[in-house]
Design a protein around this ligand. Structure first.
Ligand SMILES: [Fe+2]
Length: 418
């Protein structure tokens, strides 16, 4: 066991014992202990890794899949200390069934807090409601944040550097504070621990049909959606939305779900669209290592307001934020077999441009889109309809969050095309 964490754990135990193990006091006790000991300054990570790999005298380790990986640095019947390594991990938006505090030991993170209001249970494991972002902060190495169990602390972390390491001092479980809901923006909360093996196997079987190009795929999903209850129907839609979209079957299947469940289905349409958007950005994270680009992805994943995004960029990097965004776009644009991509926006292939021309036109169009300035007539020799097609692609992607507000009385089309 690493002596630093042995000393830290023993001091937390002694203090909490004085407090008669009062659960409500534990987050502050853990926070103060982490701030006082400041692992980000006093732990030599390479030494810790060496000690963990060579010495057998380690605390009890779990088989938890949380962290990449999780190491237990101190264990006690009342609480334990875990070190969480993060390579490309983005945590889901979640709450906890435990309390304590976490400390950024290496790297930095974007930390977002949420409220879930107007909650109504469909089943004990599945709720509908409205997820509201409360605040976003940048946590630099050395930052410490208390954790409270239950729905008063709903949060997510996006780790900027690779690897990032957090230290968590936490209870095992706090009775009566479960389930440990995961939230899907902006309207669903579900219990990730609750397993329905039949649904899991059905999803896996549908994946087989997808990969083997089954001609019956759409009809089989349609039949399932007509039969299934709301919760299981949602999981099938979540699993199949991408392939159904590729097959041109999504609208038909969605209408069947709406017909079956009426107004209960309404909050699920934007939630499913957001799942697609977030999955695409999260997948990019695993291929993008530049810290500035990861920071930008984190903002697009977590913040919806243009002013808030630009403010966060201004706090972190010098210079005009819009200029920075345009520079990042020029660094992030990709030409692939499926065309030119600016994050999750794809250049309209039907306009018939060569890849090298697509890049320049796409970046210039983005610059107008972000600034809100009028495009000149005959922009890049394009007709109004063609120019609008590019703007429309950006407006249906994650870049939409950065579009300036429209002047009152003006339509999106007018602004973009005039
Ligand atoms: Fe957490």
């Amino acid at each position: 066991m690493d002596p630093f964490f042995k000393k830290l754990g023993d001091s937390v135990y002694a203090q909490w014992k004085k407090q008669n193990f009062d659960l409500t006091l534990f987050p502050e006790t853990a926070r103060k202990a982490l701030e006082r000991s400041n692992p980000s300054h006093h732990v030599d990570l390479s030494e810790l890794i060496h000690e963990f790999l060579i010495s057998d005298e380690q605390p009890f380790q779990t088989s938890s899949g949380f962290g990449q990986p999780e190491l237990i640095a101190y264990d006690n019947p009342k609480f334990y200390i875990q070190l969480l390594f993060w390579l490309d991990g983005t945590t889901d938006i979640h709450q906890h069934e435990f309390s304590g505090a976490f400390h950024v030991m290496k790297g930095s993170s974007i930390h977002s807090h949420y409220d879930f209001v107007n909650a109504r249970s469909v089943t004990p494991h599945f709720c509908l409601g409205d997820l509201k972002l409360k605040n976003v902060q940048i946590l630099e190495a050395g930052s410490t944040v208390p954790i409270t169990s239950g729905k008063s602390c709903i949060h997510s972390l996006f780790h900027l550097e690779t690897p990032s390491v957090t230290v968590v001092i936490r209870t095992h479980t706090d009775p009566g504070t479960g389930p440990q809901f995961t939230y899907l923006p902006h309207h669903v909360a579900l219990d990730p621990v609750h397993q329905d093996p039949l649904t899991m196997r059905r999803k896996q079987l549908l994946d087989v049909l997808e990969r083997t190009g089954s001609p019956d795929y759409g009809d089989l999903v349609a039949e399932m959606i007509r039969e299934l209850d709301f919760e299981r129907g949602f999981f099938i839609l979540q699993n199949c939305i991408g392939h159904l979209g590729n097959l041109g079957e999504w609208d038909r299947i969605w209408h069947l779900f709406e017909k079956r469940h009426g107004s209960l289905a309404t909050p699920l349409a934007p939630t499913l669209r957001e799942i697609i958007r977030r999955d695409a950005l999260t997948a990019m994270r695993s291929t993008i290592e530049d810290v500035e680009h990861r920071f930008f992805l984190a903002l697009l994943l977590n913040i919806e307001g243009r002013d808030e995004i630009l403010q966060m960029i201004g706090k972190k990097y010098r210079g005009a934020s819009l200029f920075t965004v345009n520079r990042w776009a020029s660094e992030l644009i990709q030409v692939t077999d499926s065309g030119s991509w600016l994050l999750d926006a794809s250049f309209p292939e039907e306009l018939g441009f060569e890849p090298e021309d697509q890049q320049q036109i796409f970046l210039e169009a983005l610059s107008y889109f972000l600034s809100g300035e009028k495009m000149p007539p005959k922009f890049q020799g394009l007709s109004k309809a063609e120019a609008f097609r590019i703007v429309d692609v950006l407006d249906k992607s994650s870049w939409k969050a950065l579009r300036p507000p429209l002047p009152s009385g003006k339509s999106k089309t007018r602004l973009s095309r005039s």
